[in-house]
Ligand binder design. Structure first.
Ligand SMILES: Nc1ncnc2c1ncn2[C@@H]1O[C@H](COP(=O)(O)OP(=O)(O)OP(=O)(O)O)[C@@H](O)[C@H]1O
Length: 214
């Protein structure tokens, strides 16, 4: 499986945010997108996830298991917000997402219980999501990635506001995902502890340096 982006450009409003970005990552690889505030990291991830149209260029997933028209169909997108209902319990939220996403070809999500255990929060899944601390809420949002199999993980500042233990836990989840043949693309200002991750550096519209090993 390979994700191939060619000549991507995107606008927000009337402004061209980045121009002519190309990269390729294979199953088992991670790409870390770096750059100063406002350089377009979130915009690039939203384009890849299919949440924003590209101004030009293409992003394709070449997968043997199932033809993929759009990368977003095979992707989990973890944005700045957790996308969980505060008044529903954690278990209800995750059960909803598991059914809503379904599994992409070639893999299977874990049970809600297993996902909650994997993010280190077994025992509190019966609580309304809104009762959890900010860090616990973020961990539970990460559990969403596990309940349904999607080969591509698109992660926007996944560990912002998390403690060191949670960062290490998340790094372990991503490494396990890569070991299963998945791909991950993460925008972050923090080191994610992903050994061998490739790096894409956005510098605003002026210059873009794609490629290289971090
Ligand atoms: N809806 C919008 N309309 C117009 N401009 C926007 C919109 N959303 C974002 N922008 C602009 O697009 C540019 C890129 O924003 P983006 O959120 O992609 O940057 P980023 O690299 O993720 O930043 P940060 O590190 O602060 O999260 C910024 O200048 C921002 O002000």
């Amino acid at each position: 499986m390979r994700l191939v982006a060619e000549g991507l450009s995107a606008k927000r409003g009337e402004d061209l945010i980045f121009h002519d970005i190309s990269f390729e990552i294979a199953g088992g690889e991670a790409l870390v997108v770096k750059g100063p505030n406002g350089s377009g990291k979130s915009t690039l991830l939203r384009v890849l996830a299919g949440l924003l149209p590209a101004e030009s260029g293409t992003a394709k997933l070449l997968a043997a298991a199932q033809p993929v028209e759009r990368v977003g169909e095979a992707a989990h997108y973890l944005g700045h917000r957790n996308a969980m209902k505060r008044e529903l319990t954690v278990e209800e939220n995750l059960t909803f997402w598991k059914a809503f996403f379904g599994d992409f070809a070639g893999g299977e999500g874990v049970t809600v219980d297993a996902a909650v255990e994997a993010v280190g929060l077994g025992g509190i899944a019966h609580l309304p999501f809104g009762y959890l601390s900010a860090g616990q809420q973020r961990r539970m949002a990460m559990a969403k990635l596990l309940v349904a199999w999607r080969p591509v993980w698109i992660l926007d500042e996944p560990t912002a506001a998390l403690d060191v233990a949670a960062e290490e836990m998340f790094s372990g989840l991503v490494m396990a995902h890569l070991a299963r043949g998945g791909l991950a693309i993460a925008a972050t200002h923090q080191p994610l502890g992903l050994e061998g991750a490739r790096e894409l550096r956005l510098a605003g519209f002026v210059s873009v340096d794609a490629g290289g090993w971090a």
